[in-house]
Design a protein around this ligand. Sequence first.
Ligand code: CAA
Length: 436
Amino acid sequence: MSKQIEVGIESMAVHIPRHFVDLGTLARANNVDPDKYYIGLGVKRMAILAPDEDPVTMAVEACRALLEKSDVDPAKIGLLMVGTESGVDGAKPIASYVHGLLGLSGNCRTFDTKHACYSGTAALRMAADWCSVHANQDRNRALVITTDIARYLVGSSGEPTQGAGAVAFFVSDEPHALILDSQPEAVFTREVMDFWRPHYRDAAVVDGRTSIDSYLLALEHTYSSYKENSKMGWDDFDYLLFHVPFPKMAYKAFRLLYEREFLHGQGCKALPLSREYEIRTKPGLWPNVELGNIYSGSLYLSLAGLLEREVDRVEGKRVGLFSYGSGSCAEFFSGRIGSDSSKWRDKIGISAGLQGRIELSHDQYIGFRQTSKQRASEGSYCHDFLPRSNGNGRKVSFCGIRDHHRVYAISKEKSPQPSPSFNLNQQVSSRPERRP
Ligand code: CAA
């Protein structure tokens, strides 16, 4: 009988936008006690995109970091999927822009996946299946990217749960970061209007209470299926990571599973709830506290946070992961952290990305929102938007829309560690740049 191939996440990189708003600043502007945001929701800061950043530029920056810091030859990428709910076009996928801006080989399948925040997990699961079939072929690496902007109406109750960011990872049969367990699927779909993003708005619509209830219902269903199908459960997990719209939601999710285990008389060796939470879930949450909700990537941001901070402790440990997408679709799955942590030590980039971020005042934040909205409209292109070298290593900027083409410009600044077949110093955009 042939041995089953192990597949999973080989390496990861996170892109962190360079601006943020402190939740205390937002609370004062909204006339709310800051502790409601800091403690009640568990968020400290939310990442805000500058007008020259968008889901495409974030995805490219995350991939650029991943390619620079991993050993993977870009010519080996046979599948590129972007999990997102922040698409910039109804037809053209973000994956296509990313493929062009990175100058990847034409021998590659590219598309986006969508089901709200579940889209990253949908892409990961498809990539894992693809890798088990393509393991011995020349192009056997799947590149998965999650990229999203969480934006609600100014002054609304959703506003403190905004954020932005991208996570890129290679999926392959060399899963140094996370070896996926091959358990029967534990998925759950239920049509519900808890959170959605109509095409005619630049801010999401949400029924907050329904969204929380729907998330927890999906967790109950998927966790039950997982346990029933796999015969594994609470005592098998060293860590439990969740979709994180705001960190307190991960606590609510953890508490539900903890109480459920005790009601059923299992997991009897457990410590008190707060201690179990600190050991099993909190070690991954520190980047979510700093960035806010990054939708499709928030679960993977927690996983990246766990790998980056617990690097010497996590080898070989089992992680249970819960992914939830409003609308709704959810999955509970698991994996083991790989045995060679040196492969991803210092390579994920969260701590580095958090250094030197620029804090915005409330007025500046509102200004960024308005300019970003204006730049997303036809005719917004202006050559003044071309990137100036700002020394922070950024390479690609969104310059606006001209003749219905999104124009991206790439900085000529030399890449610190250029990969031979990964030429970011060329000028690539959806329409060739013409200086007036
Ligand atoms: N000090 C400390 N805590 C305080 C406080 C204070 N002064 N004032 C209030 N709090 C606490 C409250 O007790 C509450 O805690 P608990 O939930 O533990 O009871 C917490 O702060 C939040 O207070 P409210 O419930 O009154 O907050 P709200 O109704 O104004 O808004 C929200 C909360 C519904 C989550 C809103 O932010 C929202 O709609 N967010 C977007 C939707 C969302 O994130 N849903 C999550 C599930 S859906 C999903 O996961 C998909 C996705 O990514 C969107």
